[in-house]
Ligand binder design. Structure first.
Ligand SMILES: [Zn+2]
Length: 319
């Protein structure tokens, strides 16, 4: 069994190619077994003139940029190393798609992959996060694997994939998603790890709704750059807990959690947090998606405008 991983560049032009910049792979006798051998090749990019946002942050981009290998040579060395192996696994399905795409682009024969496994899908099933694309670093953290090597290096990622694969059961590997599940598909969240965020309190206010609508409750900060966002609506996760998605233009989507507490005098207080996006939290959000929604008062710009106009209309006769 070979575990493979590629790094690639989408570029900014219209050329339809996720150009492979690095091939990493490890050989194992079986999933969860020890690593028997490794393969690593950095590939000099030839198609896109610029690096896209995903490629720009690759830790070993310089190794690809200065590599003497082109894709055809690297692929040929990789296939020699594969040595007729027929079982392949990767974290997600993208690597197989990208391999096919690069071979097609260069007119090279696509290697025969008799049996492929999507270990990301199996892991999602295992942790009850079906249909979610759990990032490899998050899965490694979940399994308690120390982050000794940098992620987003194809060889390191193949090694991490091998380490995580020890957790996968036969059942999880056989899991095929039910198309009906896709209705509750989660939006794509940021995959960047971030430091613990300060929590803050809102209220006391007369009702839970008033706490959910309160302006300070609805202004979470991006955990990476501090940019403030607006919460438009809360999904009810439980009687006392609500979750909301917010996004930073630079860093993507995050979840914000509101915990409500009743006070002795009948008022309510809220505690707002931006917790790390663990599989548990994502699953709680998915479950909340089929629950009640609290749309914050005055959240839509149109409604705010209408109200302002009304207010002006009421105010004018007294002037
Ligand atoms: Zn940000």
């Amino acid at each position: 069994m070979l575990l493979i991983d590629f790094e690639w560049n989408r570029g900014y032009d219209n050329k339809p190619l996720d150009e492979i910049l690095q091939i990493g792979a490890v050989r194992v006798s079986q999933l969860g077994g020890p690593i028997l051998d490794t393969f690593n090749a950095y590939i000099r990019p030839q198609v896109h003139k610029r690096f896209g946002p995903g490629a720009k942050v690759l830790p070993e981009l310089e190794c690809s940029r200065t590599s003497e290998l082109d894709f055809a040579t690297a692929l040929s060395a990789f296939l020699d190393w594969c040595g007729g192996e027929t079982e392949f696994a990767a974290w997600g399905g993208d690597d197989f798609r990208v391999l096919q795409q690069n071979c097609d682009y260069w007119g090279l024969p696509v290697p025969l992959l008799h049996q492929t496994y999507d270990l990301q899908r199996a892991f999602g099933y295992l942790v009850g996060a079906q249909g979610q694309q759990v990032a490899l670093w998050r899965a490694a953290a979940y399994c308690g694997i120390p982050d000794t090597f940098t992620f987003h290096n194809a060889l390191n990622d193949a090694v991490y994939t091998a380490a995580v694969s020890e957790w996968l059961s036969e059942e999880s590997l056989r899991y095929v998603p039910d198309p009906a599940d896709s209705r509750k598909k989660l939006p794509r969240f940021s995959e960047e790890p971030f430091p613990a965020q300060p929590r803050f309190r809102v209220g006391p206010l007369p009702s839970p709704e008033a706490v959910l609508d309160a302006r300070p409750a609805r202004r979470p900060a991006c955990p990476l750059c501090g940019q403030r966002a607006w919460v438009q609506q809360w999904q009810r996760a439980s009687r006392r807990q609500y979750l909301a998605v917010f996004s930073c233009p630079a860093h993507g989507r995050f979840l914000c959690r509101m915990t409500l507490t009743p006070m002795e005098d009948g008022a309510w207080r809220g505690r707002v947090a931006v917790p790390p996006l663990t599989p548990d939290l994502l699953e709680a959000y998915r479950a909340a998606l089929s629950g009640r929604i609290h749309v914050c008062k005055g959240s839509s710009r149109r409604r705010r405008k209408v109200r302002r106009r009304k207010r002006q209309a009421c105010a004018s006769p007294t002037v």
